[in-house]
Design a binder for this molecule. Structure first.
Ligand code: CO
Length: 134
């Protein structure tokens, strides 16, 4: 079921500062900041040869990463995203195995416009897992 690592997401307080380190010190390819009001975040993608780093800064009231940053004031690793060939089948297989798919369980468009699901951290060693349609 599981395919490539698509990205690792890091929650940050200051996305400009975080992006500058990747761009100016690491010399990585860094996107412009994109506001995603529907997701309650501003994102920057850092493209590495084998995967991406997704920097996330809270946007607006009730951002899904606001609480995470309260608990982790310096920022921190928020989730990992794996690609799957068939997101619908993956969700069904996970539920059949007794694992928890967050929300209503239906895939939703993610930060790249492809359908995604999020899986409960308690079922994955304390790590929030995102699945993205490859
Ligand atoms: Co993500």
């Amino acid at each position: 079921m599981i395919g490539r690592l698509n990205h690792v997401a890091i929650a940050v307080r200051d996305i400009g500062k975080a992006a500058a380190v990747y761009r100016d010190v690491f010399g990585a390819k860094v996107s412009a900041a994109v506001a995603l009001p529907d997701h309650g975040v501003t994102t920057v993608f850092v493209t590495l040869p084998n995967a991406k780093i997704e920097l996330l800064q809270p946007l607006g009231e009730g951002s899904p990463i606001a609480k995470f940053l309260e608990r982790n004031p310096d920022g921190g690793m928020h989730h990992v995203c794996y690609e799957v060939d068939d997101i619908g089948a993956a969700g069904d297989a996970l539920r059949a195995a007794g694992l928890r798919v967050l929300g209503d369980g239906a895939p939703k468009p993610g930060a790249h416009g492809k359908p995604v699901l999020f899986l409960h951290p308690k079922d994955f060693s304390g790590t929030l897992v995102e699945l993205e349609q490859a």
